[in-house]
Design a protein around this ligand. Structure first.
Ligand code: MIC
Ligand code: SF4
Length: 642
């Protein structure tokens, strides 16, 4: 079979399993990244695994999520992360240096390498031709310790790009169109591989924007070829020697193919409250805008912000719009400062934030009540902005800038003449905020602040599991529902007892108390349960509260893996109708759990109230069953290392 690019990279990294879509494989991980909100747990887990120095080619710890420092907690986390990185062989990107995915693209990513990151947007690296995958912190910790990463062999969906984008239509519109076509579940179990003659017209940052939002499709990853455009980008980053050409074989075979005519695309927006609720801006009617936020790992490259500066130059932001801009990296920020574009943004009335995730994860800049916020970000889940009743529209930087001027959503083509922003021949290179690991680890003492609590460990599953349904939820529940982020909750990421008080808080403020009082419990979910973030806190904190199993119609990939990693059983209804037969408060029983798990894929769940039985599927491999029965991956890994 003629190999596509994805299969080529997987084959070069395959450690175990067969490359048949749907079966479990293990791959060697070349590089890892963590960010601070998931990183503290990942490094506590790495310490618990007991490997003194990372065994990857490169591991980087970024500080980009929790930079508000409203109390001592975040600053303490930063100090812990800096010292633990120095000790164990990890590069440390200081707060202020920018967003992990943007910096990784600029300074570290290498075509053809595998990258595992404790953040769901790690696939941004696919813009450089990496196979970059998001995972829970524990999976990343294991990879740092030299262990392979286990995943389901994906199908490969080719998106054939033909022609080129028209003026005022951008890479963001392209990926929004893919989301419109495929939906937030459309990428599940797949790698999206971009190809075709249209690829050459897209710069690496544009490809990165597209690969980034593959996370919203539920895809395992997205990948672009590494070609002359990639070489030019790496050369401009002073890293041309790291370039390799990477293309699919001629007439490569794909599991599925779709064709996207770039010339036919128009400016689009994902409307509230889902990234796939995509419409043409010109068809939205009059939508008054209260806030515009430009930035995030999706759209804050040099060219993105230069385009915004071009649009705003000499004009003023609408009186009723608050425009906030957060550059993706210090490199981008510094270049805008040097070439004067920053002065244009300031003169237009933009509020400039530091280079970090900021409003994307609800760290400040919550919009007013019932506001419309127009953002260049990747997620518009309810409440994520920090304002429960705000409606968030996801758009390109061009459309965002146009909205900031007009005070309403407008098609950016109304702005008139389009000026293409060229990629710089040389980016401004200054890695002084990236600290290499200590040469002599014995000189480094790891510093832990009082908010950094020890890792909770799971108790083994009882022989017979009898537990009540603590909560019943609908389809597409996100990790933002399960374990919210934002300025109030994010500082508690290193403190599971404290953060667990917020589990499901937006849906059901009594959940945490009820779960704790029950001692053990089950959550009932719909389709695509746990979509969104890679945050393992969405498994770890429910585990701490005694959740033993989640029964759902289907799961999002990373969240399911996180549940397994922490010893929570992810079960899928065999007959979807059975979901309707179980209610909150019902007591469910699964007899002889371990025996049933080993025996076959089907378990029987009995509703003790109605007496009705439901069949559920676990879909777990032998390795995953062993992980669950060991009380989670950490215990399992320790057992294996003995
Ligand atoms: C997000 O975009 O939701 C985050 C914050 O980057 C998360 C990680 C986290 O919750 O720390 C993600 O996407 O994985
Ligand atoms: Fe940060 Fe937002 Fe990107 Fe997540 S999606 S890494 S919060 S910028």
């Amino acid at each position: 079979m003629r190999q596509n690019l994805t299969r080529k990279i997987i084959a070069a990294h395959l450690v175990a399993g067969e490359m048949t879509a749907g079966s479990e494989i293990a791959i060697k991980i070349d590089q890892t990244l963590t960010q601070d909100a998931t990183g503290t747990m990942a490094y506590l887990q790495f310490e618990a695994i007991g490997v003194p120095r990372v065994r990857t080619e490169l591991s980087v710890s970024y500080i980009d999520h929790n930079t508000l420092q409203t109390g001592f907690e975040n600053a303490d986390d930063h100090r812990f992360l800096q010292t633990v990185a120095a000790k164990h062989g990890v590069y440390f990107s200081r707060p202020g240096n920018g967003i992990c995915h943007q910096i990784h693209l600029e300074r570290f990513g290498v075509p053809g390498k595998t990258l595992l990151g404790s953040d769901s947007h790690t696939p941004t690296g696919g813009g450089l031709g990496m196979l970059a995958i998001g995972a829970g912190g524990l999976d990343v910790a294991v990879a740092m310790g030299g262990g392979p990463f286990y995943l389901t062999m994906p199908q490969v969906l080719k998106v054939e790009l033909v022609n080129r984008l028209r003026p005022w239509v951008s890479a963001k519109d392209l990926v929004l169109e893919v989301l419109r076509c495929l939906s937030v579940k459309g990428g599940v179990g797949k790698v999206i591989e971009y190809g075709g003659s249209g690829v050459a017209s897209l710069s690496v940052p544009e490809r990165a924007t597209i690969a980034n939002m593959g996370a919203e499709l539920g895809a395992t990853s997205s990948v672009f070829p590494s070609d002359e455009v990639t070489r030019t980008f790496l050369a401009a980053q002073g890293r041309e020697e790291q370039w390799v050409e990477l293309l699919p074989e001629t007439n490569a075979v794909y599991d599925e193919e779709i064709v996207l005519d770039l010339d036919s695309l128009e400016p689009l927006a994902a409307t509230p409250h889902s990234p796939d609720a995509v419409k043409k801006i010109k068809e939205l009617g009059e939508v008054k805008v209260d806030q515009v936020a430009i930035g995030s790992c999706t759209n804050s490259s040099y060219a993105d912000l230069m385009q915004v500066a071009n649009i705003l130059r000499g004009k003023k932001v609408h009186n009723e719009v608050s425009l906030v801009i957060s550059p993706g990296s210090r490199q981008v920020f510094a270049m805008l400062a040097v070439n004067g574009a920053l002065a244009d943004l300031i003169a237009a009335g933009a509020r400039i934030l530091e280079a970090s995730c900021g409003p994307c994860i609800g760290m400040g800049q919550a919009p007013p009540s019932a506001a419309v916020s127009v953002r260049t970000f990747n997620r518009n889940f309810p409440g994520r902005s920090g304002t429960a009743d705000a409606g968030v529209y996801l758009v390109s930087p061009e459309s965002a800038a146009a909205a900031a001027l007009a005070g309403k959503l407008v098609d950016p083509r109304q702005l008139g003449d389009y000026r293409q922003i060229e990629q710089p021949e040389k980016f401004l290179l200054d890695d002084s905020l990236i600290i290499p690991p200590a040469e002599d680890p014995t000189t480094v003492a790891v510093v832990r602040g009082p908010n950094i609590k020890p890792l909770p460990v799971n108790t083994a599953l009882p022989e017979n599991l009898t537990a009540s349904v603590l909560l019943k939820v609908v389809d597409n529940i996100t990790t933002d529902h399960i374990m919210p982020a934002g300025a109030k909750v994010l500082p508690l990421r290193s403190n599971i007892p404290a953060i667990s008080r917020y589990v499901f808080s937006a849906l059901d403020p009594g959940f945490s108390e009820r779960a704790k009082a029950a001692g053990s419990g089950i959550v009932l979910g719909g389709h695509n349960y746990g979509q969104g973030s890679s945050r393992e806190h969405a498994a770890l904190a429910p585990m701490y509260l005694g959740v033993k199993a989640v029964l759902a119609k289907s799961f999002a990939r990373i969240h399911r893996a996180n549940l397994i990693n922490f010893g929570i059983l992810p079960l899928i209804f065999r007959e979807e109708d059975d979901y309707a037969k179980i209610n909150e408060g019902d007591i469910l029983e699964i007899k002889a759990v371990a025996a049933q798990l080993w025996q076959c894929d089907v378990l029987t769940v009995i509703n003790l109230g109605s007496g009705e039985a439901s069949s559920v599927l676990h879909g777990l491999t032998k390795r995953q069953i062993a992980i669950i029965l060991a009380g989670g991956l950490l215990n399992y890994t320790k057992q294996q290392n003995r």
